[in-house]
Design a protein around this ligand. Sequence first.
Ligand code: GUN
Ligand code: ZN
Length: 429
Amino acid sequence: MSAKLLLGQTLSFSQSPFDGSIDASVNHLRRGAVLVSDGKIAQVGSADAMIAANPEVLQINYGDSLIMAGFVDSHVHYPQTAMIASWGKRLIDWLNSYTFPEEMQFGDSAYAAEISGRYLDLTRANGTTTMCSFCTIHPESVDAFFTEAQKRGQRVVAGKTCMDRNAPEGLRDTAQSAYDNSKALLAKWHGQDRISYAITPRFSPTSTPEQLESMGALWAENPDCLMQTHLSEQTDEIEWVRSLFPNARDYLDTYEQFGLLGKGGLYGHAIHLEQREKDRLREVDGSLVHCPTSNTFIGSGLFDMAGLISDGHRIGLATDTGGGSSFSMLRTMAAAYEIGQLRGTPLHPAQLLWLATVGSSQSLWMDDKIGNLSAGHEADLVILNLSSTDAISQRAMRANDIWEAIFPTIMMGDDRAIEAVWIGGSEAR
Ligand code: GUN
Ligand code: ZN
């Protein structure tokens, strides 16, 4: 693959903007360049110097647009694509009324392929290059998603969702079949091209202790895999977990008892945590995943970003499509900002962009490969037009610095702000 030189404003991170000053954390070049070669980022630097050093290389000029790492969405349900924005329910009713009937259809390989392709096209149009997805209980739903991702050359994580109780007939497996099917899918897909398998018990209410134990055993046998689930999203859910697991110390303990707490574990939502749960999650370096549009849409609560990040938690940002009301990480950053405001702790635009790229890739333990404009990283990029609508443009025109120029796009931008997306070193269309 021949090298290409992308010209525009560039933005990368040298450290977390939660740890030090914004200026010390961010590298912004007004006239920057990214050299892409063999699917990787070969170099990032000033445009003048890099043009002079690479006179033969084809240039692609994005003008004033901003070149940065593609967005990483660390918790989604691709099978919920077609029922996103379903009205008026809270978590358990929402699952029973809208989600489970839709997920029932994914034993049909053709339907699973259609929705996988639709989901990947919609998210690419919104600048997302990697995601970590729940599938359904059907192995066909996993095969379809990985096949479509592989066609697009994308780095993705996904797994068969396991449920053996409190779900309708047709959407339940067993402890044994969940183990056997997950193991076979893991052997088939994990490490193929840019694909990773995640062991995926949906959440404690829909798994028997026997199933949680079988998932824990599979994770112990495959410790390099991620494990994803849900934790403490709504107070009614937590009460339900308490009644289903009377001997557990708390919600997290229903995972801990069965070998499902550890490094590489991804815990979606994590809103209503007790101190013991926070301490244990911190000790094992588990990943918490903040899903702000979902938390407001389903009415779940306000994630404590400031408190958890200052305590040193590993935190990713996610849409949680279709409990989340968007496919866009721009919209998701805006919602994270609004939740921060409601808690009295607004997030800086640099912190929002960091969460949507580096933070999410850290939550997936992939920050050595994706999530930053950094030499050696895979060339998954998004190019943002910072004046994509009249409303955004008239505000950005008054900007005094790069953050005032970017923030209107974070708050008001949509897929019109996505000028281009690169996946694995090629422009994706
Ligand atoms: N908890 C268990 N399953 C789900 C789901 O599909 N979406 C959300 N938001 N929470 C869940
Ligand atoms: Zn979820």
